[in-house]
Design a protein around this ligand. Sequence first.
Ligand SMILES: N[C@@H](CCC(=O)N[C@@H](CS)C(=O)NCC(=O)O)C(=O)O
Length: 213
Amino acid sequence: MRLYAIPYSTNVDRVGLVLGHKGLAAEVVMCDPADRSAIREASGQDLVPVLDDDGFCVADSTRIMEHLERRFPDPPLYPSDPARRAEVEVFVDWFNRVWKVPPNAIEAELASGAPDHVRVAALEQELRSTLDVFESLLTGREFLMSDAIGAADCAAFPFLKYGLWIEADDNERFHRILADNLALDGGHPRIEEWLRRMATHPRVDGIVVYDGP
Ligand SMILES: N[C@@H](CCC(=O)N[C@@H](CS)C(=O)NCC(=O)O)C(=O)O
């Protein structure tokens, strides 16, 4: 298997965690973010991650997680019970299509050159308020949707970790938005424990991520 990546990508980190969970190796093709030609040639689009599984190319981190679960079911990433699995899929879909909206919209506002500061403040508040949701999800269990690590944890951790760790010289705007608005400051102890637990989880060799000194 080959994984197309760029350094410090949240969505690549998702796949790195899933490969680590399943004990799978992959050749990581680390691309220059400014040169997407290899990614485009492999997948017909420019975004990472892209997984080339023996000639079958899958783009999009959620689709890659689902592909890896089909191909390598053990150890599982999703519950076997259909109702529990649907709950995890609903969580990941919420994360992708609702949770990600505020940080992406803040980034777009700030990049516009003439940001609407009232809108940015509202989006920041919306993003911050989701910490209480994660804190509640972790009540009485070690991982987001169950007592075992799964797809929900691998999907959310690469983003929420910025609440605890960011490299001093990381000036990527999206990462700064996450770090500024998800800073834990001791107020969400269950999230903090979960982040520290997740940071010890194995990842595939060769990707470039940061989760603590
Ligand atoms: N829905 C996609 C989003 C992929 C995505 O946005 N990837 C980012 C890196 S985390 C990217 O390649 N961005 C383009 C860029 O940085 O120019 C997924 O979940 O994989």
